[in-house]
Design a protein around this ligand. Structure first.
Ligand SMILES: Cc1ncc(COP(=O)(O)O)c(C=O)c1O
Length: 298
């Protein structure tokens, strides 16, 4: 349960975080060295955005959190109403109107390190914290971003939003080192998704994206965009993995995520995508998504 307002209001000038049922200053939130999140990466997370102080897609993010927890055998520590109360307070207290909320739940800190789950279970470690969310720069939206391709060396349960992100962060770091904004992960010749985003390509007048399954994360932005595309018949859509050579020849490519919406990709490795600037489909879908965002909440 979130504690009542002001329960531990020792640091009024710092935005507090929700930590194991308390509201505390960020530097007062301390995790045990035996926490299984720290020792094993034994936990899951979510990133939930708010725009203009309105949560966007919170229900879908909390559904995914519940699912990730269920898949790794941790009981959801908060009810839906309590999660929403925590999110609402974080959004209200954040100094900026656009907010990215980070939630992490790990399997807690038993006395002894052991690979097997503690039996009986110990209380999970629960964190929720807000960060200001910066919009994409106008130049990226005008010119598009660069991406690189990287072999997908992740495990076989990428549908779980696990805090085990070593392959993802190594791939993203490779992208940053190459002056790119995203790494596109390629498994057996198929471009599946980004290091922290889902992948879409316009090929032969169809919009392609990888199907849900163990090899990708079911992105909330991906799923909302697909619903919108199908509902308003914006473009024929195929959920199918994208062969890497077809990706390089695509008319348009973009990636989706909660913090970057639809990010146009105009260069991949040495290939210029389409005309080299964000295309008409991206423009139409971005506008439709922005309108959806303005109208939708929670
Ligand atoms: C591997 C991966 N795929 C896709 C996404 C996009 O998911 P969402 O749209 O829910 O932010 C993310 C987000 O962090 C991710 O890490």
């Amino acid at each position: 349960m979130p504690s009542p307002d002001g329960a531990s209001d020792e640091s009024k000038d710092m935005t507090q975080v929700y930590f194991n049922g308390q509201w505390v200053a960020p530097d007062a939130a301390k995790v045990s060295v035996f926490d299984r999140g720290f020792l094993f990466g034994d936990g899951v997370y979510e990133v939930i955005p708010a725009f203009g102080r309105r949560l966007f897609g919170a229900a879908a993010h909390l559904d995914r959190l519940t699912r990730s927890l269920h898949e790794i055998g941790i009981e959801d520590p908060l009810s839906r109403a309590d999660w929403l109360a925590v999110l609402a307070r974080l959004v209200a207290d954040c100094p900026t109107d656009d907010v990215s909320i980070y939630i992490q739940v790990s399997r807690g800190a038993p006395a002894k390190r052991d690979h097997a789950y503690p039996n009986p279970p110990v209380p999970p470690t629960v964190l929720a914290a807000a960060n200001p969310l910066a919009a994409l720069s106008p130049s990226v939206l005008k010119e598009g971003a660069r991406a690189i391709t990287v072999p997908d060396v992740r495990w076989g349960r990428c549908d779980i939003k696990s805090v085990n992100l070593l392959p993802n962060i190594m791939a993203r770091q490779q992208a940053v080192a190459a002056g790119a904004m995203e790494a596109i992960l390629v498994r057996e010749g198929m471009a599946l998704e980004g290091a922290a985003s889902n992948l879409f390509a316009v090929i032969d007048d169809e919009l392609l994206t990888a199907p849900l399954g163990p090899h990708i994360l079911g992105g909330v932005t991906r799923n909302a965009l697909i619903d919108l595309v199908r509902r308003d018949r914006l473009i024929p859509l195929l959920e199918t993995p994208i062969p890497i050579d077809r990706l390089f020849d695509a008319r348009e490519v973009f990636v989706t995520s909660s913090t970057r919406d639809l990010l146009p990709i105009t260069r991949i490795n040495d290939h210029v995508i389409g005309t080299g600037v964000p295309g008409a489909v991206w423009q139409r879908l971005s506008a439709a998504f922005a309108a959806h965002k303005a109208g939708a909440s929670v």
